[in-house]
Design a protein around this ligand. Sequence first.
Ligand code: SF4
Length: 387
Amino acid sequence: MAYGDPLLAEIESKLDANRPLSMEDGLALYRTWDVHNLGRLARKAKERKSGKKVFYVLNRYINSTNVCFAGCTFCSFAADEFKEPERVFRMTPDQVFAKAVETGTNFNQIHIVGGHDPRQLSLDYWLPLMRRFKTALPHVQLSLFTAAEIEYMAKRHRLSFPAIVTALKEAGLDNVNGGAAEIFAEPTRGKICPNKVSADNWLVIHEELHRQGIASNATMLYGHIESLEDRVDHLMRLRESQERSPGYNAFIPLAFHPDGNELSYCGWTTGLDDIRTFAVARLMLHNFDHVKAYWMIQGLKVCQVALQFGADDMDGTHGSTDEEMIYHSAGTSSGQYVDDREFRRLIEETGYVPVRRNSTYDEFPFDWTPSEVTPDSRRRPELAVSP
Ligand code: SF4
């Protein structure tokens, strides 16, 4: 194989021997201009994991509240209830349920995240709603919260992490979303999210979830004030966490979006940085089965190319009336919904085989439909602000 960058030959030997890559290797991958060979290595690593398959999920996506006091400097979504009440939205449990089934029940995952809202983020709100979902839609996996939300609930209910994970598991939690990881390394973390879950607690919570049989994902927010060393350090901490307590399914690189937040001077990530980040993640995280190219973040076009740079998942369709607000507040030009036929076309165009999945990567025929129909599946939510 002809290499433009001889460092990649050394790295390929390590990969072929199944040896974990070092910080220096990660930095070399980020800095190489031999992008074609970087892609080839990442593609080889992807195909070792998932062969020719590329996954997607029919899902619903809901942001249940934007009230949050954490003040992360990269965030354009959160609203201060007292300073900007006109921006606040907070859904009732009935509204969340009705929104989820507004466009039918043929989906395999519900993905919900929200802010640190003292009036909503509590077990009193969530446990009955989770049980309601599990009773009405037993085929739907609950992919709820981030570690930041779980830490917040643990604090407010004076529960240990194992105790709150047990409570959420008993109510039907299947998977925890990978958000709130941002960048683990200090001092960067302290500058971008000083009031949010610490890096150590993020990892402890995910490891406890895995010990109790709940799957999770992991993310990294890149393209703001972090260094390349911060990024590689982040990937290495995730890799070590997976060794200690396996249970992460997918890693999802999240590109920073600059509109309407304190870090807007950082601007947008470039296509090349996005593609490199997929490839470096695939190569550093040898013990993660999946790397996800989430179309909402980098856009469908970049995500399709990412499938040739190590990604093996395009995430979820969302419902045709869903309204993602976190990235749309920050300037994403991605739409709100992708028809699953479009996913299959984009995947097939790259030479891969589209596979429908749920949160835990059980596979389904593309035309699978649930047998259960809920009595209130046609109810529409009233998206008013609740008290
Ligand atoms: S990123 Fe999340 S925790 Fe941080 S301010 Fe925004 S909503 Fe709150």
